[in-house]
Design a protein around this ligand. Sequence first.
Ligand code: 5GP
Length: 131
Amino acid sequence: MATIFSRIINGEIPCHKIAEDSEFFAFLDINPIAAGHTLVVPKQEIDYIFDLNDDLLGRMMAFAKKVAKAQQRAIPCKRIGLTVIGLEVPHAHIHLVPIQKESDIYFGKEKIKVTQEELAQTAENIRSEYK
Ligand code: 5GP
């Protein structure tokens, strides 16, 4: 059965898309820990990120870098933090989180409250900075 991320990539489940190319897809996390929290996913369904071959993993990081640069331009923050967890969805993904301080990327903290309209606006702001 397709993972929830494959169903998002295939357009079966809606998302606030940021960018895609032939191999990767980026979209806002539905339950963000910070404004602009984005997931980067390979289109190929591989559960564990460190099972990606070296070339694919390298290209995934290069794609994530372009997304992070767009986030940095669109969202007031000091850095874009990068985390891999992968305990919930068995489809490799990188979390890109705009942060001011270390605790902003702590996944045990309460999620931020955002409306669908705010998510749509945030996605639009990041997309407009994606080059
Ligand atoms: P992890 O697998 O890294 O522990 O967590 C999975 C992440 O995917 C979580 O941050 C969760 O909010 C996000 N997520 C789970 N299901 C969906 C979904 O259907 N849409 C989106 N946009 N994000 C999701």
